[in-house]
Design a protein around this ligand. Structure first.
Ligand code: CA
Length: 338
């Protein structure tokens, strides 16, 4: 027992992997994840140079506007009726400024659509209230002869960022159709089909599982030092406590009858430390004065036990905890046998 006295007390723990509950995609109801914008009517004609918006129609319960406050158009297309020649078309996203003014805030690539209903993949960030519209460099597909329909029309092409005054054109609708997905983390990737980690804008692949690793634990004179790391960038902290019993100071034979009073002293890092993947940080847990005094009174074999949780808070909303039990041997010099 005495041999251990005076040796540095180092507890080496093998690196422990800790995986908490999976942080992969939370289930959303399918209806909320994706929606449609545009009228999805079938083009039966075309007009030279038009920019035609999918405008809401009085008396219609369906809104052709973007519904998601954070959304991404993940695919779009034009349904082309029989007898029409293929045409190059471009989807535009427009934001109402005031009255009949609209600003073009986004656009797709120019794609050619022939007879049928082809839907092409894209990735365009949008917000609630945005309009989808269609324009062709030569001619723009339209759904003509639409009873009671009035749509916003600008006769010409519009560059990205430009604001133009549209007029109300009766009897037509735009055949442009878009699938819009929710983008809860606002990373510009649709959460249903493009984003495998919709909880974090940092990842579009599967959310990383957190693996908190705890390495060497060293008990120094005034502090416990804990090496720790994480597989992703995270904020690491340690917190815990030391407990011991204080026996009553009665000189008589009653002392052994009572267990005494329990003392609990909190431990913790002063501030969390940020760790990057592959690196380790040293967490310093100071030993408060009452603990130091207690250790100074105890022989090495009369160790105190510190219980410490190493807590990693990942950038993905996730917290992992690793619990440590650390032996704090007493530091009193044993009395030499005479
Ligand atoms: Ca997303």
């Amino acid at each position: 027992m005495l041999k251990r006295f005076g040796l540095p007390i180092v507890a080496v723990l093998t690196a422990l992997l800790f995986s908490g509950p999976s942080s992969s995609a939370a289930p959303y109801p399918g209806e909320a994840l994706s929606d449609e914008a545009g009228w999805h009517c079938t083009a039966d004609g075309s007009r030279a140079g038009w920019t035609l918006l999918a405008s809401p129609q009085a008396g219609s319960l369906f809104s052709p506007l973007i519904k998601q406050s954070h959304g991404v158009i993940t695919s779009w297309g034009v349904r082309v009726g029989p007898g029409l020649s293929p045409l190059a078309q471009q989807l535009g996203v427009f934001r109402a400024v005031n009255g009949g003014e609209y600003t073009k805030v986004a656009e797709s690539a120019v794609e050619t659509f022939g007879v049928g209903s082809e839907q092409l993949q894209t990735r365009i960030a949008v917000q609630a209230g945005d309009f989808v519209g269609l324009h062709g460099p030569l001619e723009t597909f339209v759904c003509a002869e639409q009873e009671n329909a009035t749509s916003a029309l600008f006769e010409g092409g519009i560059a990205l960022g430009e604001t133009r005054t549209f007029k109300a054109e009766s009897g037509v609708r735009s055949p442009v159709a878009a699938i819009v997905e929710l983008d809860a983390d606002g990373d510009g990737y649709g959460d249903a089909s493009q984003d495998r980690c919709p909880e974090s804008a940092l990842f579009q692949t599967d959310c990383p599982l957190v693996a908190l690793s705890v390495g060497e634990v060293t008990v120094k004179r005034g502090a416990i030092l804990i090496e720790a790391g994480n597989n992703t960038e995270a904020s690491l902290a340690a917190r815990g406590e030391v407990r011991w019993w204080v026996r009553p100071k009665t000189g008589g034979g009653e002392a052994h009858l009572s267990k005494g009073r329990r003392v609990t002293v909190g431990l913790g890092t002063v501030a969390p430390k940020t760790v990057t993947p592959g690196a380790t940080v040293e967490l310093r847990v100071p030993l408060p004065k009452p603990v130091l005094r207690q250790l100074d009174r105890r022989l090495p074999r009369q160790a105190l036990r510190a219980r410490i949780d190493v807590v990693g808070t990942n950038l993905v909303p996730y917290v992992g905890t690793h619990e440590l039990k650390i032996k704090l041997p007493g530091r009193a010099r044993p009395q030499q046998p005479r």
